[in-house]
Design a binder for this molecule. Structure first.
Ligand code: AMP
Length: 360
């Protein structure tokens, strides 16, 4: 079985790593010179819409997947005429546009915060009046890690509009959330989804800082899974899909966004679950079924951003695992992560404080 991956970042790297003992080969494409996945396979350097490269993938691979949701959906559509592509181009297209994504949530009767489409500055001035409880202006496309979005309480409308870097925008009411949670599920080709427990996520400046799993709440788990099932069925989805939620003070889940790929809030599954999200994704897209996902420990994952700490400072014996993606340092860039697992959640929460000394 040979899997093509569009995107050679750390997510592709961990997908390959997860299958090192399996009978799966990978062909990875990335436009940059030395992407993290180069650690395991020699990546093909190419833009994602290069038809020669896409033809080569379709000849050499059984299925193509992505590690990056901003791969042009037209490239996936092109491939779909030739070979299996999971997730499919339509699903990826929906997840690339915050407006289409919100509409899909609504069609599936999944709660979302109040929002509106913004096309120009006049439109923003008028809309803002009906968002008196605080609002966030976001670019509809290419938004990740809090990029291309502005809290409208922090600046004037003109500056905010400019800062979003586009005129295809969305205004969202600010949610007064008590927690941020995410649900990761891998749907196989027969339409059965294996779920991980909910994860609690803490963001700093819009970037994921820490994920703690599991977030034990049977009611919310069932609710989140039902939303996930509605979405994947509607999109005819195969592979890992992640939904990020706000939890409000009335114990209501409000969908923020979804990612058509493995996700940063699921890195802990490598050490904390019997099957990692990376392996679960590859199994799903290659037509395998996923047996029961078992999580019998607690895990915390902390991102390493901007600069790599001195790794000799860490006691790297079990249950601490440090990942270095081998990337050049840059402000707010995700360079690696640290995972700790423990049967006792309190022990973990204490270790987080210790880790923070090195990672912030
Ligand atoms: P996003 O890129 O949409 O995932 O946003 C990044 C982070 O900004 C989220 O994880 C939240 O912490 C915060 N955020 C985004 N949208 C909202 C919102 N409507 N209300 C409150 N906080 C938000």
């Amino acid at each position: 079985m040979r899997v093509g991956i569009l995107g050679g970042g750390q997510l592709a790297m961990m997908m390959i790593q997860s299958c090192i003992d399996d009978n799966v080969e990978f062909v990875v494409v990335d436009p940059s010179d030395n992407p993290p996945a180069n650690k395991y396979v020699k990546c093909i350097k190419s833009e994602f819409d290069n038809t020669e490269m896409l033809d080569r993938l379709s000849r050499e691979c059984n299925v193509v997947t992505i590690d990056f949701e901003n791969v042009p959906s037209s490239a996936l559509k092109y491939l779909e005429n030739k070979i299996d592509v999971h997730p499919n181009s339509k699903a990826v297209e929906l997840c690339q546009d915050r407006l289409k994504e919100k509409k899909l949530f609504e069609e599936c009767k999944i709660p979302v915060t109040r929002y509106g489409k913004i096309d120009d500055l006049d439109n923003l001035y008028t809309s803002k009046e009906s968002f008196s409880n605080g609002a966030i202006l976001k670019s509809r496309f290419f938004g990740y890690d809090g990029k291309n979005q502005v809290d409208l309480d922090s600046t004037d409308l003109e500056t905010a509009f400019e800062a979003c870097g586009s005129d295809k925008l969305i205004i969202e009411e600010k949610v007064d959330f008590i927690k941020e949670l995410s649900l990761i599920g891998a749907r196989d080709k027969k339409g059965k989804t294996a779920f991980y427990p909910l994860v609690e996520n803490n963001h700093v400046n819009g970037i994921l800082h820490t994920s703690i799993a599991p977030y034990d709440d049977d009611y919310l788990q069932t609710k989140a899974q039902s939303y996930h099932n509605l979405l994947t069925k509607k999109m005819n989805y195969v592979g890992v899909l992640v939904i990020e939620f706000f939890l409000d003070s009335k114990n209501k889940l409000i969908a923020n966004e979804m990612a058509p790929r493995v996700h940063n809030s699921g890195h802990w599954t490598i050490e904390g679950a019997n099957i990692s999200q990376f392996k679960a994704h590859i199994k799903s897209v290659t037509g395998e079924e996923i047996n029961h996902i078992k999580v019998d420990r607690c895990a915390v994952m902390m991102n390493i951003l901007s600069t790599m700490p001195d790794l000799t400072l860490f006691d790297q014996t079990d249950p601490v695992k440090i990942y270095d993606y081998g990337k050049t340092e840059r402000k707010d860039r995700k360079l690696g992560h640290i995972t700790i697992v423990d049967v006792d959640k309190n022990n973990l929460l204490n270790r987080i404080k210790e880790l923070e000394k090195y990672t912030t």
